[in-house]
Write a protein that binds this ligand. Structure first.
Ligand SMILES: [Zn+2]
Length: 341
């Protein structure tokens, strides 16, 4: 089977975004209480938002299961405060849960965390627990920069983050390192901020002993690892120069997805990174939606690139498409097994 480990509910019904607008507007009213969830969305609205869009594309491309989370760009953790983020994360996660109930064979949930700049991660721990144990989610997205473009929080390897990692280890769920929007005009969100985030966090991991403290913690770096695979020699060289462990040690805990939108990029990713560390993903309908005039196919139709990588034997393809995801997301594996898959 083919598992896409990186999908967002980018076509969610309008009522969700309308709530966010009201919630944000309320922040401008002095003394007004925070706006809790005040909307309802019907099952048919959810079906209509998926069937002709992401689900159609997913089926057309032969992808069986998508690991599905709220829209990353809309997490916008810089907005308001921890309470704002708590309500917003709950709204988004509950809606993803509805999707997984309506389409249990096609979608498994990954949660947005109610992060807020410089705030404690206590809310995030609680929401992760609610989503995993209560809603059956299989992982979480972690925003390494809740300020959305200004990097005011400690590195992801700082003890500030440890309560979240303790809970992830306890629940045996991985996290995808995924920034949100960018408020910094220097960084276009999907063109710069995303790839910066992926690359920056990898270097934080090179420099730290995080995985000595959490030997079973697993982090997925999306978008093919940002600039990392292309500059693999730089990271190997820096690790050597700085007295850090060689890359294979880091790769016990760090994984990359295949959200790279051209053949040469996927070739390089799978040439450089061990096949056990690469998880299939396409992020539909996400950052890049158009058709590549050079190929006639959508840029984000990453299955074509993975299928076409030279020298990748069938057992390796099986790892990239299915087995690695089942290993990194054990709760997804259990969910699929319970479905007889
Ligand atoms: Zn994404």
């Amino acid at each position: 089977m083919i598992i896409d480990c990186h999908g967002h509910y980018t076509t969610a019904p309008k009522a969700l975004g309308d709530y966010r607008q009201r919630q944000t507007a309320r922040l401008g009213e002095p003394g007004a209480p925070a706006l809790r969830l005040d909307f309802r969305i019907g099952d048919d609205e959810i079906r209509d938002s998926l069937e002709p869009h992401q689900l159609a594309t997913q089926r057309q491309r032969g992808v069986d299961m998508t690991v599905f989370s709220p829209t990353a760009g809309a997490m916008a953790h810089h907005v308001g405060n921890a309470e704002t983020s708590a309500h917003w994360a709950q709204a988004c996660n509950d809606l993803v849960h509805r999707v997984t109930q309506l389409y249990p064979l096609e979608y498994a949930g990954v949660c947005q965390l109610p992060q807020s700049p410089r705030a404690s991660l206590a809310n995030c721990v609680a929401e992760l627990e609610r989503c995993v144990t209560g809603l059956g989610f299989v992982g979480c997205n972690i925003n390494p920069d809740p300020s959305d473009g200004y990097w005011t929080d400690p590195p992801m390897t700082d003890r500030h983050w440890y309560p979240l990692y303790e809970k992830m280890v306890e629940l045996d769920v991985p996290g995808m390192v995924h920034v949100s929007c960018s408020c910094n005009p220097n960084f276009h969100h999907t063109g710069a901020h995303y790839l910066n985030g992926d690359t920056a966090v990898f270097m934080q991991l090179v420099l730290s002993d995080l995985f000595k403290d959490f030997p079973t913690l697993r982090l997925v770096i999306p978008h093919g690892g940002g600039a990392v695979p292309y500059h693999w020699g730089r990271y190997r060289g820096l690790a050597q120069q700085l007295g850090r462990p060689p890359m294979p040690e880091l790769l016990r805990n760090v994984f990359f997805d295949t959200c790279v939108y051209h053949q040469s990029g996927i070739n390089l990713l799978l040439d450089v990174i061990p096949v056990e560390n690469v998880l299939f993903a396409s992020e539909i309908h996400g950052a890049v939606k158009g058709v590549d005039p050079q190929t006639g196919f959508h840029f984000d139709d990453t299955r074509r690139y993975v299928d076409a990588v030279h020298g990748l034997a069938a057992p390796d393809l099986h790892k990239v498409f299915e087995l690695n995801a089942r290993r990194v997301y054990p709760r997804l594996d259990a969910l699929l097994a319970a479905q007889g898959r």
